[in-house]
Design a protein around this ligand. Sequence first.
Ligand code: GLC
Ligand code: CA
Length: 552
Amino acid sequence: MKRTEWYKDCVFYQIWPRSFKDGNGDGLGDLEGVYEKLDYIKSLGCGGIWFSPVYPSPGADCGYDVSDYMSIADEFGGMDAFKKVLDGAHERGMKVIMDLVINHTSDEHEWFQKSRRRIDPYTDYYIWRKEKPNGKLPNNWDSQFEGKAWQYDEVRGEYYLHLFAVKQPDLNMDNPLVREEVVKIMHYWLDMGVDGFREDVITFISKPEDLPDDKLLPLFRGVFAYNHGPNIRRYLEQFRDEGWSDYDCVIIAEAPLTGPKKALEYLSDSKDKKRVFDMVIQLDCMTADCFYSDYLPLPFSLKKLKKAFTSWQTKLDRKGWNMLFLENHDHPRIISRYGSEKYREESGKMLCAAYMFQKGTPFVYQGQELGMVNMHFDGFDKFADVQAINAAPFLPESLRLKLLNRASRDSARTPVQWTSGENAGFSTAKPWFAVNGNYRYINAEHEETDPDSVLNFYRKAIKLRSELPAVKSGHYKECGAGSKNIYAYTMSSLHQKLLVVCSFTDKSVHFEPPAGYELYKGRLLLDNYHVRQAGGTGFDTLPYETRVYVYE
Ligand code: GLC
Ligand code: CA
């Protein structure tokens, strides 16, 4: 089958199913709830949905610990509910992609249960090691979720590697049988009609044979020892050739600590080397206010964000396709990070414009389009995320609550705020997790009726981007790179040019566009203050102002 690259004309909506919408009134989001909201997702202009895991799972990492790859969890409605959503999405012209979590499984997966008992063929499905003769752990790696990356298993009498939580043992991808399982999983979903995968921490799957110590500990927890490991290309080529290349699907790779140059090794096509990913989820745009992890916070730096945007836009241009995003289930809400809760609506719209007109495929994370902001938890016992819970004891006590509120993934995981009614219209029962109290004024029902809402801004921006050739085929150029407060870029194609100006401050700053982009020469397409078409060449910004001009 010819791969049509349909994803290049698509905006994706990411669903984190537990908190999206509860359809059966048990307090937990589910697929019936998703089905109810398919028209809403379509009304945003989205052409695809990415589901965070909906497989059976004990939930140690909210579904990223899979116990059965070829099934749908009962609490989400089981396979019937999934097929209904899949058909419903397809009827509406929307694609559906699944999260493929194959760096690790749940420890409750049958493979692990048999592996720890040395039952073949599962004996070598995981990375088992004895302790070193000196009584030390097999190596010095830390888990990404705190503590060491090794856990002793009484049943087998050996240690297993877990780069994430203790209940997420890493698969041994060097075992050809494990790779065959991955291929089978791919066929299973693609044959059902699923349109592709988002591959979870896929650049971690090939560990170096001797599992050497990492020298950069503790900052990166050992990741440089195994990220982009020795056989990664070979394994990914196998997944491509045997798994997905015969389907018109999209393959999106989560790639921590990966710059554009490295990403191009996976993304670009040449005569003798076809790409193994269609897009990469890079994390550079997530670190403008921290060092590597949200748990190592720094003041927000627009310069850092601009550098991330611009290097990915320019380095991938014509060689690879960008994945664009500002939010997902792994990071606090973007308005609270890069924008301003005080200027919530203004900055929410500005952040939308900041990425929506770049070249690539944009993703919108549930609630982002409503301008949802961080939760402010008032006690340690309120956090649910395994990363936050494990990190807590390691954080200085005086700062603990503040840091967790700043860094925890829980802020992105509160139920979506649909109405101003009970439980924010998310569920008729008590929701599994706290609802942000601001649902009384931040909710979809209200935003539907307000033409100036963040929601309707997203709709306008998504519609515009689909109509503008300068976005799809134009060239990106940043302007005023030196500014600490303004991010501006142009997109230019043969017959059309676009200027996007975004202020990241509440102060008034003068913006002067480059030659050819004088404001009076263009037409104002979108803005967040109802300004009038300007007569001059530049303008003085209002707080978190954004403007988009077209020149034809
Ligand atoms: C990815 C997921 C994250 C998960 C981790 C382990 O980073 O996005 O939610 O905790 O992998 O699977
Ligand atoms: Ca439910």
